[in-house]
Design a binder for this molecule. Structure first.
Ligand code: TLP
Length: 349
């Protein structure tokens, strides 16, 4: 049975074109700066975001960690949302490995941080206080439903940060999804920030890797931190080759994933017992819950879907996240809707 895997876009496999590029890749020792394929990918990424330089890292988690460590010293404070990936899903790396203190403020439903909330937590000079150093945003915002943060909001944060001597880091793991949804160039969404991280290995389908982009001096520091973290790879041009294909061919098609997410939401909305989040999907993620008429939890519904060959993400007791991507076609969407229908019917027996 073909599996329809909607748990995440991290489950995507490389395309045939990527595998061919990987086989052909010219490589060298990247810790010596001698891997031509990585150098090309880094140049491409920096140019795409209008930044001076970029750094290829193994994961989005390492990219965010290296960024925070390159901006902040021990005891400095980063202001970020309480639903940020860095807060929820990065194993506390910024505090465990960087000694960086997180100041968490509420994420609004639209993924933003309220400007007045940020202003209210910026520290004054006082021996009791950590030093406010960085604001971190996430676009699209994963736990806020895959919602995109727009250009004017990002500019407002950039202005606020500069007025208070703070840096801004953007976790743009899915920034191209945001750009496609908002119909703007990704560089516009990254222009107001000092550093931006984006992932090749999610909707863009490359097997491994993320890029951190920023000023030349910032990336130089991040490169040392990547080494400290054990992320200096050697002939990783085989991975970068897939990343180049991802950047050159996989961005514009993300709209297809968004359209399929809309079809999926429309199909699920007709099933009694399922409540879709208001506005979902914003990009490639559908969030939904079980209402009180369903006598079992999300884990058991997911088991039933799994038996039907459909894997779904369970994010809490009664809540799901379904993520569309390159390997989900129209039939996959139909099968997912059928699987939920059957799972809910079984639950009512
Ligand atoms: N997110 C994963 C899980 O960790 C939740 C997913 O399935 O969505 N930033 C954001 C906004 C992310 O969503 C993720 C991955 C990362 C960073 C980390 O990327 P990786 O997995 O490459 O370390």
């Amino acid at each position: 049975m073909d599996i329809v895997d909607l748990r995440s876009d991290t489950v995507t496999f490389p395309t045939a074109e990527m595998r061919a590029a990987m086989a052909e890749a010219v490589v060298g020792d990247d810790v010596y700066g001698e891997d031509p394929t990585i150098n090309r990918l880094e140049e491409l990424a920096a140019a795409k975001f209008g930044k001076e330089a970029a750094l290829f890292v193994p994961s989005g988690t390492m990219s965010n960690l290296a960024a925070v460590l390159a901006h902040c010293g021990r005891g400095d404070e980063v202001i970020l949302g309480d639903k940020a990936h860095t807060v929820l899903f990065e194993a506390g790396g910024i505090s465990a490995l960087g000694g960086v203190h997180s100041r968490q403020i509420p994420n609004q439903l639209d993924g933003t941080l309220a400007l007045e909330d940020i202003l209210s937590v910026i520290r004054s000079e006082d021996v009791h206080h950590p030093i406010s150093r960085l604001i971190a945003l996430e676009n699209t915002h994963n736990r806020c439903g895959g919602v995109a943060l727009n250009e004017s909001y990002t500019r407002a944060i950039g202005d606020l940060a500069r007025a208070h001597g703070l840096f801004v880091h953007l976790d743009g793991a899915r920034l191209f999804n945001a750009a496609v949804a908002l119909q703007v160039e990704a560089r516009v969404l990254a222009e107001p920030v000092d550093s931006v991280s984006f992932c090749l290995s999610k909707g863009l389908c490359a097997p491994v890797g993320s890029l951190l982009c920023g000023s030349g001096e910032f990336i130089y520091r991040a490169r040392r931190i990547r080494k400290q973290l054990g992320g200096g790879m050697r002939q990783a041009g085989v991975l970068a080759a897939a990343g180049i294909v991802a950047l050159e061919t996989m961005i514009d098609r993300l709209e297809q994933d968004h359209a399929r997410a809309r079809n999926l939401a429309a199909g699920l909305a007709n099933i009694p017992g399922l409540i879709l989040d208001p506005g979902t999907p914003f990009t490639n993620m559908v969030f939904l819950e079980l209402d009180r008429t369903i006598p079992i939890g999300a884990a058991r519904i997911a088991e039933s879907c799994g038996r039907q060959g459909v894997r779904v993400g369970v994010v809490s007791q009664r809540r799901f996240r379904l993520v569309t991507h390159y390997w989900i076609d129209d039939r996959g969407i139909e099968r997912a809707v059928e699987a939920f229908k059957q799972a809910v019917q079984e639950a009512m027996i």
